[in-house]
Design a binder for this molecule. Sequence first.
Ligand code: GUN
Ligand code: ZN
Length: 433
Amino acid sequence: DTRNLQAYRASLLHFHADPAFAEDAYAWHADGLLVVENGHIKAAGDHAQLIGSLPQGVEVVDYRGKIIVPGFIDTHLHFPQTDMIASPAPGLLPWLENFTFPTERRFGDPAHGRATADFFLDELLRNGTTTALVYCTVHKESVDALFEATTARNLRMGGGKVLMDRHCPDFLQDTADLRESEDLIKRWHKQGRSMYAITPRFAPTSTEAQLAATGELARAYPDTFIQTHVSENQDECRWVGELFPQRRSYLDVYDHYGLMRPRAMYGHCIWLDDADFARMAETGAAISHCPTSNLFLGSGLFDIARADQAGALVSLGTDVGAGTSFSMLQTMNEAYKVARLKGSYLPALRMFYLATLGAARSMQLEGTIGNFAPGVEADFIVLDPRATPLLARRTAHSNTLEETLFALAMLGDDRAVRATYAAGSLVHERTLP
Ligand code: GUN
Ligand code: ZN
């Protein structure tokens, strides 16, 4: 029976190690074949080697001239903020006050939540993002809206209800009673491909009672995710210092309440010190670097070399709606420039690792998503290095894989994503002009 078997012919690129720390970190098959069975990877290799063992009658989808890579993983963004992307404000705190909170108010309405979630997922898929760690709003309805939409498309997605019980408008304020979050964990966590993330917004909007309850919930459900913001903006850092004078650092607030553990994803991490970075590495908590957001809000420049030095887990996030693009290619573009301004250098291969296997490792999901090892879920995208006239002109004389990937990262966006597959099914195909 070959009905559940599909094959795709293209160049293939995927990782089995971090190119910053290992040689031979990736596999590249210039004329490759990706074989998918029942929504999982069966094989990835050279076309010439694999084609002979493919049963008669299996159709081979011809993507020659394109590059198939694992679907991108965006480890930090806010689906309700889709509607307020590109809102002008002088920095994080006025941006939250003037645009974010009024926008998030509408998500008590399930119909609004579902319509926004559907648009949001369309946008992720057209940009080649097949997994994301998503903030909803304080309304439980917003979480149902997200996971109903992701379940309908069979996407591996993480998300959770925002927790905030102080320093926010009263129409968005909850309490230290986390029963709604626990109900949502029971309803959604590991149902199909859904993954629940316990989501305290950030330390300033949670009381100590709420942070303590959050830590307990995270201990009670150790394979859930945790997501929050830390050390994004200097005004915010000063505020946390005033609110929690007894803590050594901003990150130490979360550490104190038991919120640093594997599967905890910390957005931004710009103003961490060496002790904080070391704690990240020790606890297995992970960093989501969000360069388009950090440049847009003027938050600061993340220092990836310091994170690498400490051995901390790093991945990339768009942070839409403070981020200015859903594209992980454009996120790489800005990450590259931020690294340059911090005096370091990010090869394109490293950035593609960070957006795929690196993110999967940051979420303890290696073996589930992030590369083309046998058995991994078949989330993959078809990138076109000739998607635009400029890309075509530049990549026509690329001498190395690194040059081609670098051009895709600098010049590419949703136009470079020819097709997106989730669990072996086509979920986006670019309509050509
Ligand atoms: N800190 C607290 N909430 C937010 C948010 O919604 N976006 C960003 N970028 N930072 C935050
Ligand atoms: Zn954010």
